[in-house]
Design a protein around this ligand. Sequence first.
Ligand SMILES: C[S@@+](CC[C@H](N)C(=O)[O-])C[C@H]1O[C@@H](n2cnc3c(N)ncnc32)[C@H](O)[C@@H]1O
Length: 274
Amino acid sequence: MSAVAAFYAGSGGLVAALEEALDTAGVDRSALRAVDLGPVDEFHIRGRVATLEIAEALAVGAGSRVLDLGSGLGGPARTVAEVTGCTVVGIDLTPEFCEAATVLSSWTDLSDRTDFRTGDATRTGLHDAAFDAAMTVHVAMNIADKPGLYAEAFRTLRPGGRFVVYDVLQGEGGDVHYPVPWANDPTTSFLATPEETRVLLADAGFELVAESDSSDASLAWFREVRERIKNEGPPPVSFAAFLGESFPQMAANQVANLAERRIRTVTFICRKPA
Ligand SMILES: C[S@@+](CC[C@H](N)C(=O)[O-])C[C@H]1O[C@@H](n2cnc3c(N)ncnc32)[C@H](O)[C@@H]1O
């Protein structure tokens, strides 16, 4: 198993841990909606709100096919499928996440429109031009071969299709404080700057439609989440289920990383020329 997948897989037993946490909280799993799982399966800064922005930017509808590179526990895929009516194929390096994503889709009645497969986002083995749109959410920071990642998105997308990248980028404030929710140390963290990302996307062949920096909103989001946990306690399931004991330190580091401009959160809406 790669060092990146080993970091995310944690100590295993993820599905059982999620079941137990929901049952303990008295949540009826047969009546779950995608939105109920947001605190655990929207594994990126600004959670479901950010995914709803991406869903709109993808410009897809019922019948469209969307590729999610680095789909994690499948929150973004389920949210996009739910609000647009499209179907989503998710590719992720961590087998435990693909297994959990598949189970979570069955609990939320979205199995017929989401399909999670273990694989490397830089070489998916999927057909050329097979998708109407593609997205990648908080994944490139784990991938050294960014030209490979963006080339794969370009190859699998139909001409005219949108590719939405929402990622954590290197800020001008200096080196990141570790651990963070994607890495314990710099050996599995490969942050590009906004300028580098712009060049990488253009080199892959994409046209840039729009770019937006959400770092201030990201900092506010982390502070709100911390405040809510302090006042109301943690949600029934959260990232802590798989990030383990380091999670509080990771969350505190993220607040510092954003406040000190060591990281930025940026969305790039791109298009493959028609
Ligand atoms: C922070 S999580 C984000 C998951 C999901 N996109 C979301 O926003 O909820 C990063 C994910 O990237 C996956 N990943 C990292 N490197 C990858 C690669 N080379 N190919 C596919 N997935 C990868 C990890 O397994 C993990 O699930």
